[in-house]
Write a new protein. Structure first.
Length: 280
């Protein structure tokens, strides 16, 4: 058991932001995260480097989305903390943006629009986020410890990447406009996007079979899905969801969250912000 893991010398309890990532991991591994932390607590993360074409040299805040998330479907999720990205210093939910309109390179797949291959085979997963180091395959530990250059993973600080845990997530990994149960399979990821059901707790545009293996995050049960641009925090923005959309037989679209916080879908080469999650 962890004994008084986050008490200062005078017996004053420290906040999540005062702790090292190694200490946070220690508390999670001991199964005591709920004892000391709550959903929404945040910790500063210094981002440095280049994610695709977005240069980063700034501090934002990761925040707790939930504890032991989806352990019913993934036993490895026991004794874990899942974090969302990011908030600004004022606590506003933001997502990262790289260009806009036809100049954006934060797309799910390059032109032409296609969702074939689903989340597993998407350019977003491998080339932009670095959620896996195996293209169209399961991530290994090296995805975090030796990240692919010019991905968002490579911009995270080394002390955070050292304690990140793999996530077994379920998504439509086939796409192509069919709404089949067999399309929904597991992948191992380190920095994935959220799925539609994990945000909204209901299915609207994603494969109707995805929710059978997913749970809504605690954070979104009482919170809004609205996010703001990291580079213009007075403006709300669309942000990507990892779920392909088979609605109307489309083989072109992925789900996203609208500027008003509702579910929708858009062509895979569209322009949206990114707000992935990670596990400690």
């Amino acid at each position: 058991m962890v004994k008084q893991p986050i008490m200062a010398g005078g017996g004053v309890k420290l906040s999540l932001d005062d702790l090292s990532w190694a200490k946070i991991r220690q508390i999670a591994d001991a199964g005591e995260a709920r004892k000391y932390f709550k959903v929404g607590d945040k910790k500063a993360v210094y981002l440095s480097g280049t994610a695709s074409r977005l240069s980063l040299d700034t501090t934002y805040y990761a925040y707790i989305l939930g504890f032991d998330h989806n352990a019913e479907n993934d036993p490895t999720a026991k004794n874990t903390i899942d974090f969302g990205t990011f908030k600004d210093a004022d606590g506003k939910d933001i997502c990262l943006v790289s260009g806009w309109d036809f100049n954006s390179d934060f797309y799910m797949n390059p032109s032409p629009d296609t969702n074939v291959g689903g989340w597993k085979g998407s350019a977003m997963r491998y080339s932009i986020l670095g959620s896996t180091n195996v293209e169209n395959g399961d991530a290994t530990a090296a995805a975090a410890t030796s990240p692919i250059p010019n991905t968002l993973m490579s911009c995270l600080p080394g002390d955070l990447r050292a304690v990140m845990k793999p996530m077994t997530i379920y998504t439509d990994n086939v796409g192509g406009g069919t709404d089949e149960a067999a399309n929904v399979t597991a992948t191992v990821d380190y920095l994935p996007l959220l799925a539609e059901y994990e945000i909204f707790g209901k299915n609207r545009y994603a494969n109707t079979n995805e929710p059978k293996n997913q749970m809504q995050y605690e954070y979104f049960k009482t919170g809004s899905g609205v996010k703001y641009r990291h580079d213009e925090t007075s403006s709300t923005i669309l942000w990507w969801v990892r779920s392909p959309s088979p609605r109307d037989g489309k083989s072109t679209a992925f789900c996203f969250v609208s500027e008003g916080g509702s579910a929708s879908y858009i062509g895979a080469h569209g322009s949206c912000g990114v707000a992935p999650v990670f596990r400690v």
